[in-house]
Write a protein that binds this ligand. Structure first.
Ligand SMILES: *[C@@H]1O[C@H](CO)[C@@H](O)[C@H](O)[C@H]1NC(C)=O
Ligand SMILES: *[C@@H]1O[C@H](CO)[C@@H](O)[C@H](O)[C@H]1NC(C)=O
Ligand SMILES: *[C@@H]1O[C@H](CO)[C@@H](O)[C@H](O)[C@H]1NC(C)=O
Ligand SMILES: *[C@@H]1O[C@H](CO)[C@@H](O)[C@H](O)[C@H]1NC(C)=O
Ligand SMILES: *[C@@H]1O[C@H](CO)[C@@H](O)[C@H](O)[C@H]1NC(C)=O
Length: 628
């Protein structure tokens, strides 16, 4: 079933979110912002230190005076900046502190402190006073600190960060925590581990990078202000918008819509309205057309003066789906994509403009048209780049490797999903929401858990399909796949299954994926396949971990994809992974995961050329070779 645009608009009208009210940072005629990025004072608690800083109220102290104080750049993960394994493998709290003057000049503005991402748990203090706490990385949070800030004076910003994961966090992790070493009645210690020993191991295959991973900004916002804007615009030119405003008392609202050339195409004076423009210039993914963008400018006028203004970028485009395909603007979309990571040497998962730019340039060079934000929402800067470049994105929550499905987990997962949708809802490049990666959804109790998530996503956003990425389950035991709008499957034939048997891959992938399709009658994207290769390790004939072996696994899996496309079974493919990335230590990883078609420093392996030839060839024929 494809939703007709008219049905769509009706659905949209009842589906507006005003959950967290978090706009992106913007500088304009009224709004301004000071960056708090840079070197912060840094103190680490002892490994698994039992909350010693919280208990001793380090927030009231000057961390700079601690004998063991050092500095830490923001944004960056802290793990790889030291010289010892203690910092890299640290479990528990670390403390950041920065002193900054806040000018008297801005005292009439609300001061809102905004964090792009702190992983995992953050407690924030201003001038020693606790102002907020936040659970979970990769999503922004903010707090109004106007009451705590001293104007025309130096202020102390303190952030305590805890990276301890457990079965009640998202993602989940098992830290082998041993509070008291077990003893027998003679008092003999029976454990090989010392008391308090913990391992920094999450239930996922990437390094648990921690710290202040994205920018910290002090936004200055007027007292009457725009809180949130939601825009829905489809390929027929129909649109709907709703603006949340702190107070409409005596306020006149002006709304203007501009096309990419800056021509005015609509004006209004309501906070909420629907409309229609003729001949909209559509947002298309790469290879299907240009990614045209529009902007909605909302102004608040108070006593004849401009009180606040905000410009939100969006695009006219429609995502629909049938029982076998995904469509963008009514044309079939075939994903030529990547699983990725925000990962690089030294900075870990810290945001860096140069790495982001290099990655997206390489993605374009490869002929890719989409990716999945494996396994957490990526930076806001990157979402704007996806819009501008025409890269379609499946945005994924941080719920990787879920094993337990408690009510508490479910509530936290729902909150993260809401915050993620709220952050990214106006990006035309976002074509779907992924609820989780490789959950243990063979368990019966996962069904209600996932039903809550699907209903939450549909309740906020009827315009995008919802999916989950399956790994440990099969077509005959998954308890949740029928709840999804489309299905994503990760499969590693020739690697985790049937290592060394390259000629078996085609049949195995073909039948596995065909059975998912026959069972659920939904569109399918194969979101992961591939093999590790140590850069420069060459073996002919191929041997596992050589570049040749990785290349052959990929080539052979492509044969299956070609057959599946012919049968109308899949609507996209994504390699695992774009580039090599760091993981925890296990016997299956040699200095991280080497399934990248690029090395960790972003140099091409043999497999990159195979994939590039395929993507360029398929992409240039996107309208003719992709079935309709
Ligand atoms: C750093 O110094 C503080 C204060 O003396 C101390 O409590 C803490 O344990 C030290 N951190 C480490 C990792 O030893
Ligand atoms: C923070 O880390 C400590 C280990 O140092 C742990 O015992 C505690 O439960 C954690 N607290 C939170 C709120 O995550
Ligand atoms: C406690 O363990 C030690 C070492 O294994 C053993 O020698 C001792 O007999 C044990 N005591 C009891 C009461 O089991
Ligand atoms: C809002 O716009 C409508 C249509 O242009 C106009 O009739 C109305 O007077 C305007 N209202 C205000 C309060 O400006
Ligand atoms: C791959 O398998 C499919 C399904 O059995 C078959 O139709 C196709 O010919 C095979 N492709 C190659 C290259 O062997």
């Amino acid at each position: 079933m494809i939703l007709k645009p008219t049905v769509l608009l009706l659905l949209l009208l009842q589906s507006i979110s005003t959950i967290t009210c978090l706009l992106h940072v913007q500088k304009n005629e009224i709004r301004t912002v000071d960056s708090l990025d840079g070197l912060w004072t840094f103190v680490r608690e002892p490994h698994n230190g039992g909350d010693v800083g919280i208990v001793n109220q380090w927030n009231t102290l000057d961390l700079e005076r601690f004998q063991n104080a050092t500095v830490m750049p923001v944004p960056s993960a802290y793990n790889d900046l030291g010289t010892g394994s203690e910092l890299r493998d640290h479990i528990g709290w670390v403390w950041y502190e920065k002193k900054e003057f806040v000018p008297l000049r801005d005292r009439n503005m609300r001061h809102v402190l905004r964090f792009g991402s702190v992983n995992y748990f953050a407690v924030v203090y201003i001038n020693s006073e606790k102002v907020t706490s936040h659970i979970g990385g990769h999503l922004p949070f903010e707090v109004d600190i106007s009451a705590q800030i001293k104007f025309g004076a130096e202020n102390k910003f303190t952030v305590a960060v805890n990276n301890t994961l457990s079965w009640s966090t998202i993602p989940q992790g098992d830290f082998n925590y041993q509070s008291v070493a077990p003893r027998n009645i003679s008092g003999r210690i029976l454990s090989r581990l010392p008391a308090g020993a913990v391992k920094n191991v999450g239930n996922f295959d990437f390094f648990n990078y921690a710290g202040i991973l994205r920018s910290v900004q002090l936004m200055k916002i007027p007292s009457v202000y725009i809180q949130n804007i939601n825009i829905v615009a489809d390929h027929t030119g129909s649109f709907f918008f709703e603006t949340a405003v702190s107070s409409l008392d005596g306020v006149r609202v002006e709304v203007k819509m501009f096309d990419g050339e800056g021509s005015l195409v609509y004006t209004g004076n309501q906070t909420k309205s629907e409309g229609q423009i003729s001949n909209p210039k559509l947002w298309w993914p790469r290879g299907m057309g240009k990614p045209d963008l529009y902007s909605l400018e909302v102004s608040l006028i108070l006593d004849g003066e401009l009180a606040d203004i905000y410009r939100e970028q969006f695009g006219f485009r429609t995502v629909t789906w049938s029982d076998s395909q995904i469509f963008i603007n009514s044309k079939p979309f075939y994903c030529l994509g990547f699983g990725m990571h925000e990962d690089f040497e030294i900075i870990g998962r810290g945001f860096n403009q140069a790495i982001m730019t290099k990655d997206l340039n390489l993605l374009e060079w490869m002929g890719g048209n989409c990716y999945r934000t494996t396994h957490y929402p990526y930076s806001e800067e990157r979402m704007f780049e996806n819009d501008r470049r025409g890269i379609a994105v499946i945005v994924e929550t941080p719920a990787v490797g879920l094993k337990g499905f408690s009510k508490a987990n479910n509530n936290l997962h729902v909150k993260m999903l809401q915050d993620m949708i709220d952050r990214d809802k106006n990006h035309p490049s976002v074509i779907a929401w992924s609820l989780a990666n490789e959950p243990q959804t063979m368990k019966k109790e996962s069904r209600n858990y996932f039903k809550t998530l699907v209903d939450t996503a549909h309740g906020i956003d009827r315009t995008r399909p919802v999916t989950t990425v399956y790994g440990p389950t099969n077509f005959d035991n998954d308890q949740t796949a029928d709840l999804m709008d489309f299905i994503c499957v990760n499969r590693y034939y020739g690697w985790y299954i049937d290592m060394g048997y390259i000629p078996w891959i085609n049949q195995s992938v073909y039948w596995d994926i065909s059975l998912w399709r026959e069972t659920f009658h939904k569109p399918i994207i194969v979101t992961e396949y591939g093999a590790d290769s140590i850069p420069g390790l060459n073996q002919e004939p191929s041997v596992d971990f050589s570049e040749q072996y990785q290349n052959e696994v990929i080539q052979e899996t492509h044969h299956a994809f070609d057959a599946l496309v012919k049968d109308h079974t899949i609507t996209g493919e994504m390699i695992w992974n774009f580039a090599d990335f760091m993981t925890g230590m296990t016997t299956t990883r040699a200095v991280g995961n080497h399934k990248g078609v690029f090395t960790r420093s972003r140099q091409a392996k043999i497999a990159a050329y195979t994939l590039r030839n395929r993507y360029l060839k398929k992409g240039s024929n996107i309208d003719t070779t992709i079935w309709t």
